[in-house]
Design a protein around this ligand. Structure first.
Ligand SMILES: CC(=O)SCCNC(=O)CCNC(=O)[C@H](O)C(C)(C)COP(=O)(O)OP(=O)(O)OC[C@H]1O[C@@H](n2cnc3c(N)ncnc32)[C@H](O)[C@@H]1OP(=O)(O)O
Ligand SMILES: O=C([O-])CC(=O)C(=O)O
Length: 385
């Protein structure tokens, strides 16, 4: 007997037991394995955080060294995948390419079908290293640039910047990206993670689960919002330049008319947080700091004014996607890499959830409340319709 679900979009429905991530949406608390994100963001690294998510505790020095070694050794892509990246039309977006390339990678995995714990951990290392490579390399391929070999002396964040830019990463870029990767690494049963768990639970393979998760992350109601935040800021700035208006002032008028048209402001609102998204707190500071260090805080100032306006008018807070946009732009990163960079981080959380799901698996198969024509409806033969 099915139980009716009144909550549209499964709002408030608890759909899994998980020991990975805890969110208190009323208080604005986010914790990975019980450790507050405000502790992790300034003190941890992406590698330590991924270890925490996968293995349930912070690593000691030897464990971290072993983790780093496995991750750096996994920085390799089959030549066929590089050829595949080169074969895509120049119009292919990095997110489409990432989705397709991760799917294709399963064909080069030594044991694609294996879903035992050790195989899942091995694939988590591979995909974490490879997703960063795919994002960086596709960007360089579409720009006609060479592909720098991964540098094993660099951290995950540092090596990503190196593979993307072909230049030794600055301390600021490495640190900023590392903190951003920590902040984006997991978020309980968000849409992409839920998708990954549903796919994994059919005993399909890890690559299928992550491919599905990437597809879900791409949507503008989820990870895709960070790109739309920057498109919004650019559109406001362009109009302000043309009319000679102040971009901060113009931003408020622009957003006011969006709200009047009942359009959603990207990067604002959240299904779970009813107060400040604790990740936005850190990204706001990083955006402000980058603006100050560049001596040009236009993107931060515009963002801050819009954030405050939307909060006042709609009682909606900035989410993780809001300030990542200006932060990445000030690091010189192209807009359509923002959501792929989200995936560079979130693979840590997706992998943790796939491992957890498969360690104690049961098929995920809810019911729907039927609201169609009343049964039984007679079949009318084609000639009589
Ligand atoms: C990593 C992440 O996924 S974080 C989220 C990224 N997504 C975005 O930033 C896109 C913009 N935000 C949104 O679309 C939503 O706030 C979501 C999808 C994040 C959460 O959505 P839900 O919990 O389903 O709320 P829902 O979309 O039903 O909105 C509730 C009300 O708030 C309004 N609202 C919600 N977000 C916004 C927004 N960003 N701008 C304007 N109004 C908004 C809705 O229009 C709706 O108003 P109504 O009741 O008058 O119709
Ligand atoms: O939790 C959510 O619904 C979306 C989100 O913030 C995330 O995935 O980081």
């Amino acid at each position: 007997m099915a139980t009716a679900v009144a909550a549209k979009g499964l709002e408030g429905i608890v759909a899994a037991n998980s020991a990975i991530c805890w969110i208190d949406g009323e208080a604005g608390v986010l914790a990975y394995r019980g450790i507050d994100i405000h502790e992790l963001a300034p003190k941890s690294t992406f590698e330590e955080t991924a270890y925490l998510l996968w293995f349930g505790k912070l690593p000691n020095q030897a464990e971290l060294a072993g983790f780093n070694q496995r991750l750096t050794e996994a920085r390799t892509l089959p030549p066929e995948i590089i050829a595949l990246l080169k074969s895509f039309p120049k119009s292919a977006t990095p997110m489409e390419v990432l989705r397709t390339a991760v799917s294709a990678l399963s064909m080069y995995d030594s044991d694609e079908k294996a879903v035992d714990h050790e195989s899942n951990v091995r694939k988590s290392f591979s995909l974490t290293a490879q997703i960063a490579m795919l994002v960086a390399y596709y960007d360089r391929i579409r720009k006609g640039l060479d592909l720098p070999a991964p540098d094993p002396s660099l951290s995950h964040a540092g090596n990503f910047v190196w593979m993307l830019t072909g230049e030794k990463p600055s301390a600021t870029a490495t640190k900023t990206l590392d903190v951003a990767l920590i902040l984006h690494a997991d978020h309980e049963l968000n849409a992409s993670t839920f998708a990954a768990r549903v796919i994994a639970a059919t005993l399909s393979d890890v690559h299928s689960a992550i491919t599905g998760a990437i597809g879900a992350l791409k949507g503008p109601l989820h990870g895709g919002a960070n790109e739309n935040v920057m498109r919004l800021l650019f559109a406001i700035d362009k109009e302000a330049k043309l009319s000679g208006a102040d971009p901060v002032r113009h931003g408020l008028d622009y957003v006011a008319s969006m709200l009047a048209r009942k359009e959603k402001v990207p990067g604002c609102g959240h299904r779970v947080y009813k107060t400040e998204d604790p990740r936005a707190t850190h990204l706001r500071t990083m955006s402000e700091d980058l603006g100050k260090s560049r001596g040009d805080s236009k993107w931060f100032d515009m963002s801050r004014a819009i954030e405050q306006y939307v909060k006042k008018e709609k009682k909606l807070n900035a989410n993780v996607d809001f300030y990542s946009a200006s932060t990445y732009t000030m690091l010189g990163i192209d807009i359509d890499l923002f959501t792929p960079i989200f995936a560079v981080s979130r693979i840590a959380g997706w992998a943790a959830h796939v491992i957890e799901q498969l360690d104690d698996n049961r098929l995920i198969r809810p019911r729907a409340e039927y609201i169609g024509p009343e049964y039984p409806v007679a079949y009318v033969p084609l000639a009589q319709r």
